[in-house]
Design a protein around this ligand. Structure first.
Ligand SMILES: C[S@@+](CC[C@H](N)C(=O)[O-])C[C@H]1O[C@@H](n2cnc3c(N)ncnc32)[C@H](O)[C@@H]1O
Length: 155
């Protein structure tokens, strides 16, 4: 199983980047004994100003063939953390690669939404993409702790 995080744009050094790195490192440590692979962070940038269509091409190229495509979209399904952990365990157990995609300032092209296996919402409000990266990295770590039965997730 491969776990890709395809994110439009580059995060400069700063607090958001530190948090993403910290949560992904924690995810790696907690997930390894559970058979979860480290997250491959792919930062995708279209320098020619092609907007969401060009970004959709970059995402489509980056996604591993056959991978389940999960797009982050405020119009998508809101999952509980244990439900997200269940999805992750299901993909792991079926040996399926997974690509999680976060759009840029313009969002994700509708054609990506059409081909996604899951559109996942972090609530109906729109968040800046760098905060979405932080929140998703935290939810990955939280999911690993849920699968490990550790007390980090208490609800
Ligand atoms: C600034 S938002 C773009 C918003 C854009 N106006 C749109 O219509 O999608 C950048 C990216 O962050 C992610 N995002 C923002 N808010 C989100 C939310 N509440 N749930 C899930 N993903 C979100 C999406 O992947 C989105 O493409």
């Amino acid at each position: 199983m491969k776990l890709q995080l395809c994110a439009v744009g580059r995060l400069r050094s700063g607090p958001e980047r530190d948090l993403v790195e910290d949560y992904l490192a924690r995810f790696e440590r907690t997930g390894r004994p559970l058979g979860l692979p480290p997250v491959q962070l792919l930062e995708l940038e279209d320098r020619k100003g092609g907007g969401m269509e060009a970004e959709a091409d970059l995402i489509a190229k980056a996604v591993a063939p056959g991978a389940a495509l999960v797009i982050l979209d405020e119009r998508g399904r809101t999952l509980s953390s244990p439900e997200f952990a269940d999805h992750l365990a299901h993909w792991r157990d079926s040996g399926r690669d997974v690509a999680l995609a976060i759009g840029g300032a313009d969002g994700l092209a509708p054609r990506l939404r059409d081909r996604a296996d899951l559109a996942m919402s972090l609530g109906r409000m729109v968040w800046p993409h760098m905060l979405v990266r932080v929140m998703l990295a935290e939810q990955l770590y939280r999911a690993a702790t849920i699968l490990a039965g550790s007390p980090y997730h208490r609800v």
